[in-house]
Design a binder for this molecule. Sequence first.
Ligand SMILES: Cc1cc2nc3c(=O)[nH]c(=O)nc-3n(C[C@H](O)[C@H](O)[C@H](O)COP(=O)(O)OP(=O)(O)OC[C@H]3O[C@@H](n4cnc5c(N)ncnc54)[C@H](O)[C@@H]3O)c2cc1C
Length: 507
Amino acid sequence: MACELARHGVHFRIIDKKPERTLASNATWIQTRTLELFDQVGIIDSFIKAGHCCDAINLYADGKPLSKLSLKHIDSIYPFILMLPQSEIEKLLENYLHKLNYKVERSVELTDVKHDNETVTSTLKYPNGRTDIVNSRWLVACDGANSTVRQQCGFNFPGEDLKEQLIVADATINFSYMAKDEIHFFFDPGTVLAAFPLGKNRYRVAANLHLDHPRQHFYENEVIELVQERAYGKYYVTDVAWVSSFWIHGKIADHMQKGSIFLAGDAGHIHSPAGGQGMNTGIQDAYNLAWKLALVIKEKAKPSLLESYQIERYPIVKEVVAQNEHFTKLALFDNNFLSILQKFSQQLTHENGENLEKKFGNQLTQLDIHYKNSPIINYDHMPNLNLPGMRAPDVSIGEKTLYNFFNNIKHNILLFTGPNPTQEILDKIISIQKSLNKQFPDLIQSYVVHKDKLNTSTIVDTNFVIHEAYQIKTPAIFIIRPDTYIAYYSEDLSLESIEKFFLNYLC
Ligand SMILES: Cc1cc2nc3c(=O)[nH]c(=O)nc-3n(C[C@H](O)[C@H](O)[C@H](O)COP(=O)(O)OP(=O)(O)OC[C@H]3O[C@@H](n4cnc5c(N)ncnc54)[C@H](O)[C@@H]3O)c2cc1C
């Protein structure tokens, strides 16, 4: 959230009651959609360099291989999940924040918060005991599962706590039969062990425990034995760097916004870490909200734009929590789970297996998140109702990606000429581009997408790979939001229609 607000040039403060960045490795999966966002922001290289790419998920039952879910066919130029401990993820994000001249104010705790529709009044406590009252127009609560803001501002947080303790450990595995760039899940009736390679011989392992009484401490030997037993001898753990236990909760706040206050990340939703969704979902919250907040703060958009945060994110979050809960309960408590898994694995090897694999992969990696039913998505002149509200496809173009062209804080307009445009069409497109640039100089970046270079803001599409990714057969206009979702699509080359779309939320 802080990185995005800084990139959008908004003034803010970010505080954290902890004296230092987290050292826990909690989240390790960076989903593909998050990688795409990092690409757009321009920080992808540092993540790829630090992380470990995994491009398949293997499922085993009773120690025997059931199926392999490859991610190679998902709809992204990053067909993998990147493994990197959360401590490293936060370090890289903080480095980026420093480059933008912001720093996290540490050991500063928010102890009290009050709000009306116009102002938020927060009490901050400093390490020397001093307190301070801060008035702000907006407050984004990214203060985690036990959010002080959520509790004090009257948000409800209904849901369920599962009665199952799990452990998570970072281990060195010096010998294994298993592919090191793939994830492995071992299931037996009522038990699961997951092994996530972190690079070299480092692994994150996680398992449920089936204990009658909760325990505080776990020992290295127990982890070694548990991995040995549940993986049927396929891993030899030599060293356990860190072991911790956790419980699973499935909860969602009843609102993600109340007046000037927004909840993002674990403050608004928590669930089983089974599918590696939690941190990634929080990052998507921030990405959805930051550009809207920035436009409103700069008085370029109507405050009503902010209502779309709740409308767009709530159904997504609800679905993520429900699916995680469903899967976790099946895996841990349902006697039929192994036969369900077997059936799923058989479907993968059937005729349409590749489609199923792709569908599942797109869902897991958060590529299929869409805002189709949002009131700020335009539905006029829609020849293909599949596209508006969907994520804008990214495409490799030589050394670059299409998302590199969106590496700004604006709405990006793609003016596709189509494969064989007449001169009249080209003139019309150039004229629309000129008018838009004149009318919305700070808010849009426009590109003509054509097979040859027409002007300085042409994206040259010699082999029509971008045309193909955007399903272009005739000239068409796309507006891509700053969070790279398709906000507008029309084959009607009409300036008025675009103006009408922008007036929906811009001032
Ligand atoms: C074992 C485990 C494995 C996981 N694996 C994955 C995974 O692979 N992929 C994935 O996507 N997610 C995973 N998750 C979930 C992920 O860790 C969380 O979703 C993520 O950390 C949430 O980030 P957040 O910033 O919302 O909250 P947090 O990380 O909890 O950060 C909240 C911050 O707010 C600060 N704070 C709290 N109250 C105050 C206050 N009053 N004043 C000032 N500061 C305050 C805290 O000090 C903290 O730094 C996992 C979680 C666990 C426990």
